[in-house]
Write a protein that binds this ligand. Structure first.
Ligand SMILES: Cc1cc2nc3c(=O)[nH]c(=O)nc-3n(C[C@H](O)[C@H](O)[C@H](O)COP(=O)(O)OP(=O)(O)OC[C@H]3O[C@@H](n4cnc5c(N)ncnc54)[C@H](O)[C@@H]3O)c2cc1C
Length: 422
């Protein structure tokens, strides 16, 4: 693997046969996450594909000419021709392999795959999930001199990194950009010496053996495992939802309602969380339209009575959202009347969706004791029903899911484990 500049582009890339070119930047966490994977793959595919790196900040003109607008970006070339699809952002090893394999004959790919040697590494503690809960546990364990690895399918930071502003995390006078808060948490833990394996594919999790397989060939073993995989909001699954997440669509009232002072919002949902969160949002917003698929709210009676007496709330029963778009700074939701099938458009300043959250436990659902909503049950030391397996943060059974509570859980699990292992 070699680093080039723009002046070498023609010779090294356009006349270089099969090439993969990495446009990287400094102070770029996804670039840092990619570097070891790129180097590892260069070792495997390097005889057949040329692996090159180029520093984007110092080669801007070339980057722009090639349509590179984010770091890192991997471009693939074959005999001087740029292959159509590039990769960028939190690039997975599996995705690079797919592109490289497509550039080579089948027999070559088979020979390369035969060279892959399974790797095994051992740690004292393995933390699955690098959100605030996992990062805090990593920090405390590292400061106790316990050999710890943090594993995440994405980059470190968890849900906080996608949150616009956080104003309720203690220690900061001004609201913090979620990205910076999670970046600082991650850097603090990394600088301490915790190992990171991020933007990986978690191929399998064996909690009984305490073994996790990454990218199908790397086994990571540990004496203790902390599950810190958080939750994902249930999505409506309608056009526009993914596009405007965090840009007009929110899934957290505690976090975002304050940005809608005297504004109009739409709340989608009508169960307990939608009803309670709408009540909270009404402290700020001037008008709330609640789109709910049934003929009445399905939350507890007392909360529903309170909501219906609230003059700011307009229920829209027997309706479902069909699509979302943004125009002139306003959010437009197309809704369908489930009785008449008629469609109409609601316009507002923001949309809150509360149709439930789901814990991220797909890889080990049947191994741990769960509550009736599918969250992991723990004791006061954050131990799960399986010996040596701990769980922290939003993925566990508890009443309030916030950064501070995830951080507290991570602290408790780490101290409990440190006591056990020492
Ligand atoms: C839009 C939004 C705004 C919010 N704003 C605030 C706020 O202002 N203040 C506040 O206190 N709270 C806020 N919250 C809640 C807060 O973000 C969570 O309570 C907190 O992030 C929980 O931390 P966690 O570490 O448990 O999980 P998460 O932050 O969810 O992190 C879990 C991590 O696990 C990883 N992961 C998932 N599955 C796997 C797997 N199989 N293998 C490996 N890794 C995996 C994920 O990639 C992620 O990085 C907000 C939440 C959202 C969605």
């Amino acid at each position: 693997m070699r680093e080039i500049t723009s002046s070498e582009f023609e010779m090294e890339v356009l006349e270089g046969g099969k090439v993969v070119l990495d446009f990287y930047s400094t102070e770029c966490p996804p670039c840092e996450a990619l570097a070891p994977k790129f180097e590892g793959l260069a070792g495997l595919y390097g005889n057949d594909v040329k692996f090159l790196k180029i520093f984007r900040q110092q080669n801007r003109e070339l980057a722009e000419k090639l349509g590179v607008s984010s770091s890192p970006t991997l471009l693939f070339f074959d005999q001087g021709k740029q292959l159509s699809e590039s990769l960028s952002g939190g690039i997975k090893r599996r995705d690079i392999i797919e592109k490289l394999d497509a550039m080579l004959p089948e027999s070559k790919v088979k020979a390369i795959k035969e060279k892959i040697k399974p790797e095994i590494s051992d740690f004292d503690v393995l933390i699955l999930g690098a959100g605030p809960g996992g990062l805090t546990a990593g920090l405390y364990l590292c400061q106790s001199k316990i050999n710890t690895v943090l594993i995440d399918i994405a980059l470190p930071g968890g849900q906080v990194s996608t949150t616009h502003e956080v104003s309720n995390y203690p220690g900061f006078i001004e609201p913090q950009r979620g990205f910076m808060l999670s970046h600082n948490m991650s850097e603090q833990t990394k600088l301490c010496g915790t190992s990171y394996k991020v933007a990986v594919d978690v191929s399998s999790v064996d909690l009984e053996k305490k073994e996790i397989v990454l990218d199908e060939f790397e086994t990571v073993r540990a004496k203790r495992i902390i599950v810190a995989t958080g939750t994902s909001p249930n999505l409506c699954g309608i056009p526009g939802e993914k596009e405007y997440k965090g840009k007009g669509i929110s899934y957290c009232a505690t976090c975002d309602a304050k940005y809608y002072e005297n504004k109009e919002v739409i709340v989608i949902g009508g169960g307990n969380s939608a009803v309670e969160e709408a009540d909270f949002i009404s402290k700020f917003a001037s008008k709330i339209t609640m789109v709910h698929q049934f003929a009445e709210f399905t939350a507890n009676k007392q909360a529903v009575e309170k909501l219906l007496a609230n003059p700011k709330i307009t229920p829209m029963f027997m309706h479902e959202p069909r699509s979302i778009m943004k125009a002139d700074g306003k959010m437009h939701v197309e809704v369908e009347n489930l009785q008449t099938k008629e469609r109409s458009t609601l316009v507002s300043d923001g949309i809150f969706i509360f149709i439930g959250m789901k814990p991220n436990i797909d890889l080990f659902r049947n191994k741990l004791e769960l509550d009736k909503w599918g969250y992991i049950k723990t004791n006061e030391d954050m131990q799960t029903s399986l010996p040596g397996i701990y769980a922290v943060g939003d993925v566990i059974s508890k009443k309030y899911r916030q950064i501070t509570t995830a951080v507290a859980d991570g602290t408790i699990a780490a101290i409990a484990i440190a006591k056990e292992l020492n």
